[in-house]
Design a protein around this ligand. Sequence first.
Ligand SMILES: [Mg+2]
Length: 290
Amino acid sequence: MEEEQCRLAADRSGLTEFCRTKDFLVCVDSDGCVMNTMESKHKKCFGPCLVEEWGLEHIRDAVLQRWNEINLYTVTRGVNRFVGLTKMLREVNEEYVPVAGLPALEDWVGTTPQLSEEALAVAAGSGAKILSKALAWSRKVNERVARLSVEDRQPFSAVYASLEKTHEYADIAVVSSANEEAVREEFEESGLLGHVDLLLTQTVGTKEYCLKALLKKGYASSAVIMIGDARGDLKAAEKNGVLFYPILVKKEEESWRQWSEEALLSFLNHNYSGSDQDERIEAFYRNLGM
Ligand SMILES: [Mg+2]
């Protein structure tokens, strides 16, 4: 059944029909990597909605600051929204005010087979009140994200030239855990859709699953690289034995320029793995405070 669902989802994304046209494949994450969307989503939507839903106005600044550290500036950057929420509420509970029902949320996050809004909706139907609050928060966040202006959904400017140059030598696939319509819309609006061959999102599967499926198209693993901004991107690459190039938070433009001016060539010459990649991964962790 699960395989059947994967196949259907893959058909819609074009994965099944997709054929390799070049020897090299460059996979790019979307949020916070190609698209400059992470800051506005977290600062304007996720954090403020949490303060509202849990009535934390009296400690608003402290909560927002920690929310941004957890989700943008430390190694947990890009973590699933419900994992981030649980971590934040645990801190609120320990340092400021008791959070009613917290163990029920911790239990759901620790045991649910899928950390999705759909799964939470099922659990909230018969579960503790905090699950309904988490669901209400998540839906409010979606509404607010959908209302973000076009200025909040722009690519980093160096991405245009970088992807254009990369596309001369490599196939390009977007590999994102975001919602398919949102990713397609952002790429269409910004005129980047023409620079990518394939759009793989949460409808197809996890990033790890998508990379695995792409490898079956006949690329050598040394000719495949994942470009991403979060540890989840690195882990997906490592699990598939492919390369990783980091886009550093707050240094995104510089990271993209360095990709097209230095790392791309080294990747195409099979020289990127080894010290070049190691140094960049080290810088990536350092930039996230590790
Ligand atoms: Mg990302």
